[in-house]
Each structure stands twice: as structure tokens, then as C-alpha cells.
Design a protein around this ligand. Sequence first.
Ligand code: SF4
Length: 177
Amino acid sequence: MSRPGVAHPTSGADPDPRFPFPHSPTPTRCQLQPTLFDFTNGDRTADRAATDKRLEQARKACSHCPIVKDCLRWALVNKPVTKVGIWAATTPSQRTTLRKRMVDRLGPDWIDVLARQDQARRERAAAARHTPLTVDQARIVRLDRQVNGPMPTHRLITPELQQRNRTRLMAGLKAAS
Ligand code: SF4
């Protein structure tokens, strides 16, 4: 399987379209250096020391990756395209173990369960974006701006400042009610 974002021959299988590969703000190490992550369990028999070293390097790279958690989820649901290689610091056999745990936790259709959860989450987020603030919420936001001004971006909010802002806001709310 080519690493998402890297053009090279694939296994022929396609990833599950319900689970887009997580977005990384910067190119990932496996995109920049895919050969480091090519690994099968059988590799261990060839030159064990060299393989262990490479495995350790790949794992270390994954542990600093900004999308490691979502990458693991993606690799688990996409077994046909992650049969080999290091994904999210896991080997193929470790992923097999993790998939068995998912079956224990969510049932044999655990991938569909996750897909439904994702869909519900997306729908909730879309609904929240389209739900206007209630009159009370809008009033609190307006008062907060009037009393405290725009959110300071350069100043550290200390507990004292936080308390002072809260007191002012409560006083403003009381006066307005
Ligand atoms: S966690 Fe590892 S395998 Fe996954 S995107 Fe990051 S570097 Fe690549």
C-alpha cells in the first residue's frame, strides 16, 4: 500500500471511503521516507539487528507524528491495505491483536459501528454549525464583549484576571436583567 500522499504502487485494494486518511498539518515521516516503514513480520529472520533498528526508528517517528492516534484507527479499519508495514508504530501482528480487541469490544461488525459513530458525529457537528444561538446565549456573548472587550491574544489569562472578568460579566448580566 502506498502511504497516503506518496505515489508508488499499491496493493490493489482500496481504503474504506468511510474513513478518510487523517489530515496532517505537515508531511508525515512515512510520506517522506516510506522505505523506513516497509516491514513485515518475516523481515525479522533476515538481519534481525538491522530490522530491529529500522523498526525502532519507524516507531519513534510515529510517536512524534501529529496524527498517530487517527492513523492507528485508519490502519485498523483498513486491513486489506495495511497487511504489511509499520502504521502508527504498530507491526502487522500487533494490529491483528488490536482488531481482535475491537471485535471483543464492539462486535464482529465493529468497523460498521465506527463508521456509524463517525457519521453521527459529523451530523451533530453540522447541526451545531447551523443552530443559531438562543437569545440568552447571544446576550451573554454580547455582554461579554462589551464588558471584557475582544479576547486578548497577547496577554496571559491569569486566575486573578479570569476572576475579575467573571465578576464584571456577572455584574453586567445582573444590571441587564
Ligand atoms: S503515525 Fe506513523 S505511519 Fe501513521 S502517518 Fe504518522 S508517520 Fe505515518
